[in-house]
Ligand binder design. Structure first.
Ligand SMILES: [Zn+2]
Length: 254
């Protein structure tokens, strides 16, 4: 009995203590800003939230200079078709979002379009699995695409693209954002990169941006041609190098 009373007393003491501290802070702030401005302060906080929500729903602009860069790419690759690449962005991102939602790498494993993306997505899925996070992308719709950059080095050409899209996003590890943006459709932008290996003799494997992994054991492969994984022996089908393959994607929401 005495213990229970003591415990309740201690709880009451803590509540009273916290209450006093809050009251003191409130009186201090009030005395500095004035009672009339207190209401305004609350309004400011509310407005900041509204501004964040409006920005969340504002359709973003693609950051690109397609008209300038496209002719330069066509000079190097006569059959370059930007619309084909833009459609690949959409298909690949949808596949990646689906894999993240389902927390499964199975569909990505043998997908030739995502051969350079396998290890990145595998690591991402492992991370969300380890942390028991659930991510959802609902009603994905793309708006526009643009070419942002083009460069050539080490036997490979790289195109950077900017794409705008919208979706209902949910990530249950961020309760604060979940509450703030509940029911709102996110307008966002992604930056993706595609690589074309045009000279395999100059192309260095396992460059930081590009790692190709065995779909069975995940070991990095040091050859793109047909053969067997040097670790687990799995047969690796040959990859048609003469094509544009996605090497990275990044949300670019500002
Ligand atoms: Zn292997």
């Amino acid at each position: 009995m005495g213990f229970v009373l003591g415990f309740l007393g201690a709880c009451l003491g803590i509540v009273a203590g916290v209450g006093i501290i809050v009251a003191v802070i409130y009186i201090k702030v009030r005395s500095v800003v004035g009672p009339a401005n207190m209401k305004e302060l609350a309004e400011v906080a509310k407005n900041a939230k509204n501004i964040e929500q409006q920005e969340y729903m504002r359709e973003k602009n693609v950051g690109g200079i397609t008209k300038l860069i496209e002719p330069v790419i066509i000079r190097d690759f006569g059959d370059f078709n930007k619309d084909f690449l833009f459609s690949k962005v959409e298909k690949n991102l949808i596949k990646i979002f689906t894999a993240i939602e389902c927390k499964s790498i199975d569909e990505i494993k043998n997908d030739d379009d995502l051969i350079y993306m396998y290890s990145t997505i595998r690591d991402k899925i492992k991370d969300i699995k380890d942390n028991n996070v659930n991510i959802k992308y609902d009603d994905v719709q793309f708006h526009a695409h643009a070419i942002k950059d083009y460069s050539k080095s080490d036997g490979k050409a790289t195109i950077t693209l900017s794409s705008t899209l919208e979706y209902y996003y949910s990530n249950d590890s961020d309760k604060h954002a979940e509450k703030k943006f509940a029911g709102l459709k996110k307008q966002t932008r992604y930056t993706t990169q595609f690589v074309y290996v045009y000279d395999e003799t100059k192309f260095k494997y396992n460059q930081k941006a590009i790692t190709i992994s065995c779909p069975n054991c995940g070991a990095p492969l040091n050859k793109l041609g047909a053969g067997n994984c040097q670790y687990c022996g799995t047969y690796i089908k040959p990859i048609n190098l003469k094509g544009w393959y996605m090497v990275s994607y990044k949300e670019d929401y500002k």
